[in-house]
Design a protein around this ligand. Structure first.
Ligand SMILES: Nc1ncnc2c1ncn2[C@@H]1O[C@H](COP(=O)(O)OP(=O)(O)OP(=O)(O)O)[C@@H](O)[C@H]1O
Ligand SMILES: [Mg+2]
Length: 310
């Protein structure tokens, strides 16, 4: 049974798509059968995985709005063990059309219920908005992974997102957990990056992944070649960091199996994080990303991951 992870942050350009594509490929390379769902009308995940715009292609729109079986829109992403449900700009219409539909928040959940058995992981790339597409993704997911760019005002919008997550847990998805907060575009040559990373760790504590994604030009180049970074430049810091992240995600899943239900399912996670953004000192309540002995990429705000060089 797949673990379904929404990759969400309503802030634009923080690395959601880069994470969906490269974590997806890295999980598949770790022999975890993975499906990436492009839930963003921008279709960036679709093109980054090698599918240029094609008006004839069926997309998530057909499934979400026209009830086409999800298998009919699923593509082989040309990476062993990785499938893709593509999107294109028609999905803009979906977020409007959904408003009038019955069970409008649960359409995606219903659509993927029949294919959960086929995968180990399903990653859902969300648009930069808290719209009905994102709500559908969050209603369908076991957990949410929040990429945060290591820059000035990094926390802007995060408390709104966490408030929304808590509301969702009271309403449409009581079991939604926090998979982790991922620091992206980290540049250890700048004091600002280090300071922002340290602040985020002190706010969110154990909810922050040990793995940090460095700013790396290979990660920005790979999409224009239609491939995940590990096939574009396996030796780049960007490729290494996403492989490390996949290991951390898998290790956390194994820990969960060993320790029973997630504590964040009981509500401690988002609450402590929200309290943290409100200025309290909490944030260490959730166990999603605690240290593992071999997490060499990890840092604790000290900037050990990646040199930022390309
Ligand atoms: N670690 C990184 N190093 C260098 N460039 C990066 C990194 N992560 C992402 N980028 C680049 O930054 C831009 C924004 O990244 P991405 O598209 O993943 O963000 P997003 O959150 O999905 O954006 P949107 O909100 O528009 O969907 C892209 O051009 C991407 O190639
Ligand atoms: Mg995106």
């Amino acid at each position: 049974m797949a673990r379904i992870i929404a990759i969400a942050n309503q802030k634009g350009g923080v690395g959601k798509t880069t994470t969906a594509v490269n974590l997806g490929a890295s999980l598949a390379a770790s022999e975890q059968k993975t499906l990436v769902i492009d839930c963003d009308p921008q279709g960036n995940t679709t093109s980054a995985l090698g599918f240029p715009k094609d008006p004839a292609r069926r997309t998530l729109y057909q499934t979400l709005i026209l009830d086409e079986p999800i298998e009919r829109v699923t593509l082989d992403a040309q990476v062993e063990g990785l499938d893709l449900i593509p999107s294109d700009k028609n999905l803009v219409g979906a977020s409007v059309e959904l408003v009038l539909m019955e069970n409008r928040e649960y359409r995606l959940r219903a659509a993927i219920s029949g294919i959960k058995e086929k995968y180990d992981y399903i990653l859902i790339d969300c648009p930069p908005a808290l719209d009905l597409l994102t709500l559908n993704a969050l209603a369908a997911s076991d957990s949410v992974l929040v990429p945060i760019q290591c820059e000035y005002l990094a926390l802007e919008g995060v408390s709104e997102l966490l408030d929304t997550l808590m509301r969702l847990r009271r309403t449409i998805n009581p079991s939604l957990a926090i998979e982790g907060i991922l620091l992206t575009m980290y540049d250890d040559r700048t004091t600002l990056s280090k300071q922002v990373a340290a602040d985020l760790r002190s706010f969110f504590g154990g909810q922050v992944f040990d793995t940090v994604i460095p700013r790396n030009v290979r990660l920005a180049e790979a999409p224009s070649h239609g491939m995940p970074v590990m096939f574009y430049d396996i030796h780049s810091k960007g490729a290494e960091s996403y492989i490390q992240l996949a290991k951390e995600v898998i290790a956390n899943a194994q820990k969960r199996v060993g320790s029973g239900p997630e504590r964040s399912d009981q509500g401690s996670g988002a609450q402590s994080a929200a309290a943290a953004t409100a200025g309290a000192s909490g944030g260490a309540g959730a166990p999603a990303s605690s240290n593992t002995p071999d997490d060499s990429t990890g840092t604790s705000g000290s900037g050990g991951a990646g040199t930022g060089s390309d």
